[in-house]
Design a protein around this ligand. Sequence first.
Ligand SMILES: Cc1cc2nc3c(=O)[nH]c(=O)nc-3n(C[C@H](O)[C@H](O)[C@H](O)COP(=O)(O)O)c2cc1C
Length: 270
Amino acid sequence: MSGIVDTIQGRRSVRTFENKPLTPEDRAYVEGVIQSIETPFGAPVEFRLLDAAEHGLKSPVIVGAHEYVAAKVERIPGAELALGFAFECFCLRAAERGLGTVMLAASLSRKSFEEAMEVGPGEVMPVASPVGYPAAKLSLRESMMRKAIKSDERLPFSRVFFSGSFGTPLSPSDAGRFEEPLEMLRLAPSATNKQPWRAVVDGDTVHFFEEHSLKESALGDIQKVDMGIALSHFLLTAQERGLEGRFVTRDPEAAAPKGTEYITSFEAAR
Ligand SMILES: Cc1cc2nc3c(=O)[nH]c(=O)nc-3n(C[C@H](O)[C@H](O)[C@H](O)COP(=O)(O)O)c2cc1C
């Protein structure tokens, strides 16, 4: 069985699927995963596995998917963070089994998804994802999209991670035991591949920040979902490597660049 680092390194968004429904075994696997996900960020996340034909679920970028997974959360502080964390845990568990996913915030028939999820007035469903068997060849549209938003690229390590303060870039070799968790965080998917995460390593603590580069909508701040995704990559890698610690939210009042918001910190056990 491969570990989380291999899964993260091998993952990519999948928009082109073999045109066949999940087998009963794979349906049961997905159901089991989505019922058991826990997050360190309070807000409870409710998932459902939905049949596309039954609920009229559509996406202009998806080809050949028969099922979707969607998730909703109460609109409370930390909701988007919890949702991003939980949703990425599902996507990684799907990838471990060879199932393809891609989070969709914009490219989906939102009304039919929200009806299928019975989203109430105090709730939000930021993303949904198809789940199925990746086709051998990407659709032309998917290939063009990947090129247009440079989906295979990520910002360099020392461009997004810092040592002590935002003024001092951090090199991978100076990141010590945080190197691999940060490197796996760097590979995370994000809305339009904006990669809003920034981190400042200070001794045994890593402070995480969000660089706002997309406008908020009625659905909330989609880049907080990205932050939740990124933190799942960080925590799952730390756990796999035996690096113990916990998230605490205590603003270090670091002089963050304009438009950069403190999110949370990871305190490693000594
Ligand atoms: C929160 C979120 C929302 C996204 N929304 C969409 C979307 O609406 N349509 C789409 O085609 N891709 C969407 N994506 C997929 C990203 O474009 C993709 O993750 C990014 O380009 C990086 O590519 P990769 O996942 O293959 O590494 C979304 C990803 C995230 C994390």
